[in-house]
Write a protein that binds this ligand. Structure first.
Ligand code: F6R
Length: 617
């Protein structure tokens, strides 16, 4: 899950690469580096790389003479093989300096390849698996093969999934790239007299919206005049560029201190955009235009399995309840990394719904491959046009959240739940479980959501006060029932990932079966207790915590004085319909984690050890 970029054009490459690395830094920030073809002296390759964030690389570049070189590659790393260090930072080169390489993925057989290369006289400079690729490429280019052909033959030797970008002084002005499997996408950007290569759109969009995506086993060669493509077997590949409709301006932080806060605050608009793209009020209808062949097969669906990872899995858990309740179809959720290995039983009429904002998460892609091999119908919920999941699934429900840059997912969680709500309604409509009147009522409820969300986000003073009170807690318990249970799980995940406070999300009914032993004054509980979420049952859990001296923060519906009186602290959310509650109950939890992390001085947008898109197992 590293960030990759390459530039071949007529402008100086260094500032373009550094800016792109900033746009990709959310994918990993253990180290960053660039290589340019044609050093300050006009010869060879010049590599600059530093452990740590991009700022370290920038300082190093400031200290060296500027280069006018117009071809280069850059990389921001999330370490797998080899600890974060200057030496292990990409780009990597071969001993003869013939080839320079950046890579996303894991060379699973790198130990064997490395030993064989050492036996053939190669000397390694780093501990990385990536360096083996540079040496393998060099052996081939030295034997007279082109860089593209060398890459094609080299990827056949590598185990695992990869995105690889390379260049060589023997082919000035050119960059080659390969995508093998699902470890990461490769996007080619078509500018005016310049071409870009990147791991994702964020690095390309500031320059062009005209892009092409490499598929599973494809390679590209770009220079300033364009791109050519081949398949893994050497045949010509038909890869067509197309225009992607994402506004580059939305990638900026704007008035906000952090992307996470910006994205929290964008939710009313993101929800509204997503709702408007999927439903109409008059006449009431759900329009899932990208469902493809699945739109004709919805009445065949007898069972739904929802898969995802992390926050997207929590959205899937809410989706499960939507589907059971609104479509009357048995539904279950599974962690995609478990699903892919457990040889799941998939009978006729099984619909697998994957949730992935990036559409690039490797476990989700592999789980989808398993589902496909077993003949499941597949729909994916995705926020990224043209992402890999959308190309594997039979149909897609897109969310319209815009780019999400904060590593902690916020607007993509709530908009994914909208997509799942719409899918459940469509399924219920198709199989006759929902009558036209009910459909209209749900759409009315959804239409009120953006306004309710805006009200929750209007005043941040209560969240700041609570953050001041709770910021030094060492543990937190989050409890919820029914639709509020996944919300509690998500609240706990948000808190732990950005503030590093240990937090657990539990189904409230489970509390007595173990977690209650932990309760004391220093172990606060957040009870997600809006009006519909089995509130009376949750009240008894709160009483049990109070009886053991625990401190409780309740998320309650406006006017619920009973819950407020029981808890030590309360945050009120607007009274909304049952199915809209998980959306509005999520927002205070996002704000609470944000302000607690801020108060603790944490790096909110780039929490340690995390990366936005997880393209390795
Ligand atoms: C947490 C978070 C992650 C992602 C997970 C799946 O805030 O963002 O848990 O939800 O890595 O990512 P996608 O949705 O891109 O598949």
């Amino acid at each position: 899950m590293c960030g990759i970029v390459g530039y071949a054009g007529s402008r100086p490459a260094t500032p373009i690469l550094v800016r792109a690395l900033r746009d990709l830094e959310y994918r990993g920030y253990d180290s960053a580096g660039i290589a340019i073809l044609g050093s300050a002296d006009g010869e060879g390759v010049e590599i600059t790389k530093r452990v740590g964030k991009i700022a370290n690389l920038e300082s190093a570049l400031d200290a060296s003479p500027g280069s006018e070189a117009t071809t280069g590659i850059g990389h921001t790393r999330w370490a797998t093989h080899g600890r974060p260090s200057d030496l292990n930072a990409h780009p990597h080169t071969s001993c003869g300096g013939e080839v320079v390489v950046i890579h996303n993925g894991i060379v699973e057989n790198y130990a064997a390849l490395r030993s064989a290369l050492i036996a053939r006289g190669h000397a390694f400079a780093s501990e990385t698996d990536t360096e083996t690729i540079a040496h393998l490429l060099e052996e081939r280019t030295k034997s007279g093969l082109s860089l593209l052909e060398s890459l094609r033959l080299t990827i056949a030797e590598l185990e695992g999934s990869h995105a690889i970008v390379a260049m060589s002084p023997s082919e000035p002005g050119a960059i080659v790239a390969a995508r093998v499997g699902n470890a990461g996408g490769v996007v080619i950007g078509y500018g005016e007299g310049e071409m870009l290569v990147a791991s994702d759109l964020a690095a390309i969009l500031p320059h062009t919206q005209q892009v092409a995506f490499l598929a599973g086993l494809q390679l590209a060669r770009v220079d300033r005049s364009g791109a050519s493509f081949i398949n893994g077997d050497g045949s010509a590949a038909a890869v067509e560029p197309r225009r992607v409709p994402i506004d580059p301006v939305s990638a900026l932080k704007g008035q906000y201190e952090h992307f996470m806060l910006k994205e929290i605050m964008e939710q009313p608009e993101a929800l509204s955009d997503t709702i408007r793209s999927l439903v109409t009020l008059e006449p009431a209808g759900v329009h899932l235009d990208d469902l493809g062949p699945i739109s004709e097969r919805l009445s065949e669906v007898r069972r739904v399995i929802l898969i995802g990872m992390g926050t997207s899995l929590h959205a899937a858990m809410v989706g499960r309840a939507f589907i059971e309740r609104l479509a009357g179809v048995p539904a279950e959720t599974d962690n995609a990394s478990e699903f892919r290995y457990r040889d799941p039983v998939i009978g006729a009429g099984t619909l697998v719904v994957s949730v992935s904002q990036s559409g690039e998460t490797v476990d989700v892609l592999e789980a989808m491959a398993v589902a496909k091999a077993k003949g499941a119908m597949q729909v994916t919920i995705c926020n990224t046009e043209g992402a890999q999941t959308t190309r594997v699934a039979d149909g897609t429900v897109y969310t319209r959240a815009g780019l999400e840059r904060g590593v902690a997912s916020t607007k993509c969680f709530t908009t994914a739940m909208v997509a799942l709500y719409a899918l459940a309604l469509r399924l219920g409509e198709a199989n006759g479980h929902l009558g036209p009147g009910q459909l209209g009522d749900h759409i009315q409820d959804l239409a009120r959501l953006p306004d309710a969300a805006a009200r929750v986000l209007q005043d941040h003073a209560p969240y700041k006060t609570l953050a001041n009170h709770f910021y030094d807690a060492r543990h937190f318990l989050f409890l919820g029932r029914g639709l509020a249970f996944p919300v509690a799980m998500e609240g706990a995940l948000k808190l732990k990932e950005i503030s590093y406070i240990h937090a657990e999300g539990y189904a409230a009914g489970e509390m007595k079966h173990g977690p209650i032993a932990l309760i004391d004054r220093g172990f606060p509980t957040v009870a997600v207790a809006p009006a519909h979420a089995l509130r009376s049952k949750l009240i008894s859990n709160v009483e049990q915590i109070q009886a053991r001296g625990g401190e409780v923060l309740a998320i309650a519906s406006e006017g619920d004085q009973e819950v407020a009186a029981l808890a030590n602290h309360a945050v009120f959310i607007p009274a909304v319909s049952e199915f809209v509650e998980p959306f509005v109950a999520t927002l205070p939890l996002q704000c609470l984690s944000y302000y607690i992390a801020l108060r603790r001085g944490c790096d909110v947008d780039q929490p340690r050890n995390l990366a936005k898109t997880v393209t390795v197992e």
